[in-house]
Structures are given as C-alpha cells and as structure tokens.
Design a protein around this ligand. Structure first.
Ligand code: GLU
Length: 472
C-alpha cells in the first residue's frame, strides 16, 4: 500500500519548493490509490511556531492538497523518540555522550590546526566506567549518539539512481539531545516507520541525510522505505531559488491573485511533464498522468514570467464560475462584491469580458470596479494618448446619437458610431478612443461595443456626460 508524507518544519512560510514536494507526494498518493500524511516537524522549539504551522496548513489547502492522515505534530511525540533512543543504547547501538559543545569545538579546532578532517572522535564511546560514573555524579547533561557501523551504505533512489556512501564519512551523529529533544534523523525515521510510510519523496537537499537514516532503520531492524529525491529548484540565473529572485512563499502568490490551479499546474511541471502539448491540465488529468519514473534529473528553473503568463492565460480561458470563488476576496477588497452578488447574471457577463486581458485576480477585480462604479480615476496615460482636440466634440455628437438608440446592443451602437464617423468625415477610431477614456478611464479595454452593451445605455450616457464635464 502506498503511503507518503509531507513533513514541513514550521520555521518559516511554505515556500514554492516545499509546495512542489507536497504536491508530488500528493499526486503520487492519488495516482496509486494510496494515502497522503501530513506531519509537522516542530521539534526545533525555538524556531517553530504555531502560527507557521497553521499557515502551512492553509497554504496546502489552497493548493487543494488535502491530507488523509494527520497533521501529526512531532512535539507531542517526544516520549516515543526518547524510548527509541534508549532502546538503541540498551542494544549497544548507541551511547551516552557527555561532551559539552565547547569541548567538542575545542577538539575540532585542534584537529583542524593539525590539518586533520574532523568528525566526532568517539571519546564518550570509549569512556571507562569510572569516567562515566564521575560524569553521572556531576550531573552532566548527556546526549545519545548513534554508533555508525563500518561498511558502505547504498540505496537505489527512484529519481537519482544508485547512491553509495562509505560509512567512514559519517560521524556518530546525535539522536537525542541533552535537553531530551530528538534530532531530525531520529524523529524522521521513527515516525516514518511507525506511520508505515512506503515512499519518501523529498527535496534533493536531503540526499546526504538518507544514508544516516538508512543506517538507523537497519539498527532498529526495520525495512527502509523507498526514496525519491526531487532535484532542487533554481532561479532564472540558475542559482538555488531564493528570495533574491522574487517572491517564494506560496501564499504570496495567492495574495497577488494567482489561481490555485495555475500554481498547481506550474509546480507539477517543475521536474516533470505530463507529456502532451496542452496549455494547462485539470488536476485529475495530472493525477492520471503522474509517474515518479518520469521525474527529470536536471534542476528545474522557476520561471516567474512563465508562471505569470500561465496565470493570465488560465484566467482568460476558464469560465467565470470556475474562478469566482477565488476572485471573491479581491472583489471584496475593491468594495464591489456585494453589488456584484446582487446582479450575478450581469456580473458574470461583465467578468467574462474583462478577464480576457487580466494578468491576475487582483487586476481583474480592480478593472471590474471600473465597470461597477462611475467614480474611477482617468488614467494619465489614457488621457495623454487619447484625449485630444476634437475628443469632446465627437463625444457630444455621439451622446446625441446614442440617445436615440433603443436597443443598446453591440451591433446597434457599432452601426450608430460608424455612421456618425462617416458623416463627420473622420475615422471611427477618432470616436472610439476618447469614448473608451470616457467610459472606463483606460487606454485599453475589451472591444468597445461589447463594453457599451455591458454598461447599458443609461450608464454609458452618464459616463460620457461625466467626462464631458470633468475633462479639459
Ligand atoms: N522537516 C524536514 C524539512 O522540512 C523534512 C525532511 C524530510 O522530508 O524528511 O526539510
């Protein structure tokens, strides 16, 4: 039975790299009819916070990555890790270490001065019983260290292939710190085993941790799960993706007005491709096509522009009812949600028109506001370009013509406007551009006759009058 987990540490926002890991786990679980577990690795008390945990949960929900089990909080499982570490001491596979941080640091420095590579020198493994007793009597704090056996550790990574490490490169690492908290290696292995995780899919930054963890599985007498390490995401300059490159927190994209499905599509295709030439996929289509074997070895680049393009494209292609729920908070921020809800039918027609050119949901809502409220500001650039001599005269005549129109449809208004332009001996554009400025205060918009139809006669007249009286 396939069972995977996403195991974030709540020490910061869920960044896009973490989100990609979560998403690949989720896709793999769904594809194989398995389970997806969420585990919060909050044993680093100083750096973890409740708020961050909640934020991570809400970021995952936004992406649609619902978990089947958990969240399991490691901070509530300390006794389990302590018992497991003690068990290894009893079995002679781990030992108490009384060295202080300072002592280790001093010895490390000395080794370095002598040009020797440093790893923990097993001083406490070799303590005599008198020395041990002395430390115990002094009440020295003690950690538990794992005895790294001799030999080689090998595993077959499902993405990266065979990986082999000589154990001599690994020091006797700490399992339990002197304050009773487990290190990551102990808690991760114990929990993955107890939760019966079948596949560990995580970022390649953990690859160096895997041999240590496999040694621990063996020491406990447990079968290690299978491992798949996902290549790290790079920024456009091909250096490790970081804040320097731009926003990397997942929820920041939500705030900016990215569709969750756009983000889902984009993240799913970092290191993997569903293999068809489609602009975007439904979640079910991605689930159906997903396979770990097809994950690429090379590092994917997080292309901010491509993501922005995809988002705009999806906003323009998806029907309004599919973006409505995500758009609502932005409409609310613009103060027009209630109005729009009162006339849903009109709102959906208006949004269908406006969304064609919106880059994100925030921009869509801001533009929609111009259709709902007449008090918008005329954009400077629109005035400069299209509010020229003759603009007012043309609009005055247009106003008179529109007054006579009974059925204010796109076809009708187009006919009227073009006839007027002919009679005036000017190009239709000479009327259309200033009309757009008057109606919306913008330099560009959807087709002007569609805009007229959506606004309706009364509103159109009012807006032209406002422009005539307010603009120079
Ligand atoms: N808490 C670890 C992290 O956030 C999880 C590593 C793992 O998946 O094993 O990087």
């Amino acid at each position: 039975m396939v069972k995977v987990r996403f195991a974030p540490s709540p020490t910061g926002h869920l960044h896009v790299g973490g989100a990609r890991t979560a998403l690949f786990n989720w896709l793999f679980a769904r594809k194989n009819g398995g389970k997806f577990v969420l585990r919060i690795e909050d044993t680093d008390v100083e750096r973890s916070s409740r708020e961050m945990s909640f934020e991570i949960l809400s970021a995952l929900k936004w992406l649609g990555l619902e978990w089947d089990e958990g969240p399991v909080y490691q901070s509530k499982r300390l006794r389990i890790y302590q018992r497991m570490a003690e068990r290894l001491v009893k079995e002679g596979k781990a030992y108490y270490c009384y060295c202080t941080r300072q002592e280790i640091e001093d010895r490390r420095k000395k080794a370095e001065e002598q040009g020797k590579p440093w790893k923990y020198d097993r001083r406490c493994l070799n303590l005599s019983s008198e020395e041990r007793e002395k430390f115990e009597n002094e009440g020295r704090p003690k950690a538990i260290r794992f005895i790294v056996p001799e030999g080689k550790t090998e595993f077959e990574d499902l993405v990266l292939g065979k990986i082999s490490v000589d154990n001599s490169e690994i020091e006797d690492f700490v399992l339990l710190k002197s304050d009773g908290y487990p290190t990551y290696h102990l808690s991760v292995v114990v929990d993955d085993h107890l939760l019966k995780i079948s596949h560990i899919i995580r970022g390649a930054d953990h690859i160096a941790n895997t041999p240590k963890q496999i040694l621990l599985y063996k020491a406990f007498g447990w079968n290690p799960p299978l491992f798949a390490h996902l290549p790290l995401i790079l920024g456009p300059d091909r250096k490790k993706l970081s804040k320097r490159h731009g926003e990397t927190s997942l929820l920041a994209f939500k705030e900016k007005g990215y569709l969750s499905l756009a983000m889902f599509n984009f993240l799913a295709q970092l290191s993997w491709s569903p293999g068809e030439d489609k602009e975007f996929y439904e979640v079910e289509e991605l689930v159906e096509r997903f396979s770990l074997e097809k994950v690429r070895h090379s590092n994917p680049v997080f292309d901010f522009e491509k993501l922005a393009w995809l988002n705009a494209r999806m906003i323009s292609l998806l029907p309004v009812d599919r973006i409505w729920e995500e758009l609502k908070p932005f409409l609310k921020r613009e103060g027009i949600l209630e109005d729009l809800e009162k006339r849903q039918d009109w709102s959906f027609r208006m949004l269908a028109l406006v969304k064609e050119r919106a880059r994100d949901l925030a921009e869509l809502a801001a533009t929609a506001r111009r259709y709902v409220r007449r008090d918008f500001e005329y954009r400077e650039e629109a005035l400069k370009k299209h509010w020229k001599d003759g603009a007012k005269e043309g609009l005055e005549r247009l106003l008179q013509e529109f007054e006579k129109v009974e059925s204010f449809t796109a076809e009708e208004t187009e006919k009227v406007l073009r006839e007027l332009a002919d009679r005036m001996g000017i190009k239709a554009a000479k009327l259309i551009h200033p009309l757009r400025v008057a109606l919306l205060g913008e330099r560009v918009s959807p087709g002007i006759f569609d805009v007229l139809e959506i606004l309706g006669k009364e509103e159109t007249m009012a807006r032209i009058k406002r422009a005539l009286s307010e603009l120079p």
